[in-house]
Design a protein around this ligand. Structure first.
Ligand code: GLV
Ligand code: MN
Ligand code: MN
Length: 416
């Protein structure tokens, strides 16, 4: 039987076929996907994933947050599982690979181990974490956050979507609320394979990013209240234009992020304008400012200035404003031992690799608080992600999954 380091490889064609098969569920409008969390499409994707895992000989566990865990047994009944995984939910105009590669890459590792007849001392598990994206129910990484004890389950289940539907109700409606108490599983380690979602690896000509850190994030939801009135007949001095208040705060967000160049970033991706009618001055706006940086002090400074200077802008315009923190996590340093296993795997396979800091949030950022965790990244074309045109090559997906295989085998222990 072959041993790790002896050129073991996953089946890149089978991995690619599975990615394309999953992408048929919840198609987008421009070639990508709209498989948002706790929708019917999410349920359909879960069913297909479960079928594939069972065909690969795994038992499926399901917790009360809908997190799915497929287990391939090990030979030592006392050894904790080595986890792999990511998320199957997508943005409303998402790509085919964000999250999905990490779940189906993990499945491909299990399938390849089965093909090669390799047994491991530790069990190996594949996780699909519920609501990583945070688009429909803020915040992002909601269920891995509950698993890691960051949020309470009651709080998470009371999150509302834009139609006022509750996370807990929607999880039950789609039939994917399990009975296993969330967070009770203990992990020997966890590895998340993910596309980079940025331009660095492609520009540097590297197939593999060894993720050493994740940058921190802060989401502040801002509600500005003015007064709806006629766009034509309301004199300029009498207007209470919440939309204009938001525009000035958006300029401020940009200035704050630039003031911490080159590493800090800031934008508002979620904006609701009320009543959103061509001839009504907006009386209310609700929007979410997303600030990120690898430096916690920078994130805290950006949050502080947003509230201070945003309040001043609204006061001067006679607008009411409320700030609510709706998500965030501190910068993350991944486990040195797991990171080293990823680097050794890339080296032994001969893949060009470099250290990288994750710009995006990932379930691994929370799981790192309860188990030794690391991430593997592969490039994506033009660094484009959270876009239906998100693209990767089969070679990149294969290289990332080969590295996942070797890092997991080293950690789980091959049984001769
Ligand atoms: C998750 O996709 C995030 O980085 O917001
Ligand atoms: Mn993702
Ligand atoms: Mn995403």
């Amino acid at each position: 039987m072959p041993a790790p380091g002896e050129n073991l490889r996953i089946n890149g064609d089978r991995l690619w076929d599975s990615l394309m098969e999953m992408a048929k569920i919840g198609p987008g409008v421009a070639g990508g996907n709209n498989r948002q969390t706790l929708t019917d499409a999410d349920a359909e994707g879960r069913t297909l994933f479960q079928k594939w895992c069972e065909e690969a000989g795994c038992d499926m566990g399901l917790d009360t947050m809908g997190n799915m865990f497929a287990i391939r047994p090990g030979t030592d009944p006392d050894a904790l599982p080595v986890y792999m995984g990511s998320h199957l939910d997508t943005q409303p105009t998402g790509g085919k690979y964000d999250g999905v590669l990490g779940v189906l890459g993990a499945l491909e590792v299990v399938r390849s181990l089965n093909d090669m007849g390799i047994k491991t001392r530790h069990p190996i598990a594949i996780a699909n974490w519920t609501n990583e994206e945070g688009t429909r129910f803020a915040p992002a990484m909601l269920s891995s956050g509950v698993f890691a004890g960051i949020h309470t389950e009651d709080w998470a289940k009371a999150r509302q979507d834009a139609d006022g539907k509750l996370f807990g109700d929607e999880l039950r409606r789609i039939g994917w609320q399990g009975e296993e108490p969330v967070g009770q599983r203990k992990m020997h380690a966890m590895f998340e394979l993910h596309i980079e979602q940025g331009p660095i690896l492609e520009a540097e000509g590297k197939n593999i990013g060894v993720v050493t850190h994740g940058q921190g994030l802060s989401w502040t939801q801002i509600t500005i209240t003015g007064k709806d009135s006629h766009t034509g007949s309301t004199p300029m001095p009498l207007r209470k234009n919440a939309g204009l208040g938001m525009a000035r705060i958006l300029e401020l967000v940009d200035q704050i992020a630039w003031s911490h160049a080159p590493h800090a970033v800031g934008a508002a991706g979620h904006i609701d304008v009320y009543p959103n009618s061509r001839n009504v001055i907006p009386g209310k706006v609700v929007f979410t400012v997303d600030f990120r940086s690898p430096d916690l002090a920078v994130i805290q400074d950006m949050e502080h200035r947003l509230r201070l200077e945003g309040q001043k802008i609204c006061d001067e315009m006679g607008l009411d404003v409320a700030f609510e923190k709706v998500g965030g996590f501190d910068p993350v340093a991944f486990d040195a031992g797991c990171v080293a296993a990823v680097r050794r795997a890339a080296e032994s396979l001969g893949y060009a690799h470099m250290n990288i800091i994750s710009g995006a949030g990932h379930d691994a950022c929370w799981i790192n608080q309860v188990a030794p965790t690391a991430m593997i990244m592969c490039p994506c074309v033009d660094g484009l992600s959270h876009n239906e045109a998100e693209e990767i090559s089969k070679d990149w997906a294969t290289a990332g999954t080969d590295v996942l295989l070797h890092a997991v085998l080293e950690t789980a222990g091959v049984v001769a």
